[in-house]
Design a protein around this ligand. Sequence first.
Ligand code: GLA
Length: 352
Amino acid sequence: MSALDMLVVAQKTHWGTVDGEPVDLYTISNSSLTTSITNFGACVTSIEAPDENGAKADVVLGFKKLDDYLRDEKTYMGAIAGRYANRIADGTFAIDGSVYHIPSRHRDYALHGGTIGFDRKVWSAAIIPNGVEFTLVSPDGDMGFPGTLTVHVRYTLESSSLRIEYTATTDKPTVVNLTNHSYFNLAGRSGGTVLDHELMLNADRYTPIDAVMIPTGVLAPVSGTPLDFRQSHRIGERIQSEDEQLKLAGGYDHNFVLNGEGLRLAAKAFDPHSGRTLTVSTTEPGVQFYSGNFLDGSVIDSDGRPYEKYAGFCLETQHFPNSPNEAEFPSTILRPGQMLHSTTIFEFGVQE
Ligand code: GLA
């Protein structure tokens, strides 16, 4: 690859204001990819990637206007979810004997950091080599969480990959779980459902859920279930099967326990229509594979098209849901003096 192919260009354009704070759109591109990311929610609003003929399309769901993000309070499209991505049972947990409550729209759990999570915040931003770094200082007591948490999310382009690096520090013991909530559709944003995409997940086990979608605490084998994606399967192949776990979630919406440690393969997806592939690597112990079951046509894209059920799928690299209440799960506690460091890479390609 030549130096020109590797060149990354970043541009900032003003996009609007939220509570008087300026919101910008950062467009980062190289010869393979063009991605736009806003400092509202540190949210990825588009990723243009080539198909097998070199034709580019936007492979994530999103909106062209800031107003559409402000209006959509339920999909978390493209955003960074935090301070605690995914669910905490009853919105309640304890650290060192002190009990904390997170405000929630749901009766049985807090989701994605409470009613005003990191996805709704205006982050500060700086263009850095090959990308953009977003910073958020979440004050002590923000959404009930203890400790001032300083979070940096760095998005950089490396050849045909979008790399996301997360770091966080705190001044009191707290819990942290950060993820990017992009919905992918490798056929393109308006490419219908993702049921024909083939998916491989590098996970022998998953965390089964109860009736309100909280992990039971068990790490169960995927073997013999429709959650076995160790070999590629079409997302739609078994999604309607008579399986209690799929019924509880209305499709796939489960945390998979990734095999191995360190930065390693988490998932591979392939769209047979466009030939596009997505390869996900992460340092996180888990990935929430969510098949867009709650998209119901009520959220409309900026061109007036409804986002229907299964219009996109998420691969939310993360610690396991409800870890603050599960002593056996990898810990999500961050203490003063410690630095959280997490990496996820989304690599785009075409099937050879
Ligand atoms: C996550 C959850 C889903 C759903 C989406 C947002 O993926 O696991 O259940 O809440 O966020 O709609």
